[in-house]
Design a protein around this ligand. Sequence first.
Ligand code: DGL
Length: 267
Amino acid sequence: LNTDRPIGIFDSGVGGLTVVSHIQKKLPFENLIYFGDTARVPYGTKAPETIKKFSLEIANFLVEKDVKCIIIACNSASAHAIHHIRKHYPNIPIYGMIESGADFTLSQTKSNFVGVIGTTATIRSRAYQIHLERINKNINVSSFACPLFVPFVEEGLYESDLIDPVIDHYFADLNTEDIDSLILGCTHYPFLYNKINEYFNGEVTLIDSGEAAANYVKEHLKEFEESKKDREPFYHCYLTSATNKFFSIAENCMIKPFDEIHYVDID
Ligand code: DGL
């Protein structure tokens, strides 16, 4: 594989930037193409067939750009579309969020009581639960959807007090003594890390599924190539619609900014 080929990363919107930031830290010489489907966000409220269709359209686009692998930086798309994309592109490594996030969680939990939060699509798929239980039969999983978190993050309101009652509302039924780890099973949620951590008084380990995936990709890329060292990588961004907040959020979260921005129509 040619080391100059970029890594393709996609999400419905800004969430995948949390994964981009980890990739920038862990693989600082890799070229990246980020695709945010800002015209069609959110994915997590949509039907599995729709998520599959959108995800494959993006994968087609990234393959056209000659990416060497694809990171599905979206749990909803990972849960519903990874097999579909792998079937279309059996020769391109396709990395999702679920398995690496679940494996990392199993390495962290001591009580075997874990929580999973995500979009409605991800929680309905039971993808985390299935993988966690496959690896550890004694695991106890409480999972629930937090659909309002995504629009708050897309609006850049992740540090605002406006989110506090929303967090209270979603976590009200969760007995915090029940779990020792909570999977942030949506790549938008790490933006709320501080808020959620405060809610739990730092007593629950919050698992960033994107960080776990970035570690996995780093390990895996090593198997077949070494990144070119001391190279200035390029970071290209493709969006399906201009949005107000995308670039101020990107600026807050990325290690180095995008050097090219393009708007595209793919459907
Ligand atoms: N960030 C995505 C996820 O991890 C999608 C959020 C959405 O579009 O609903 O599920």
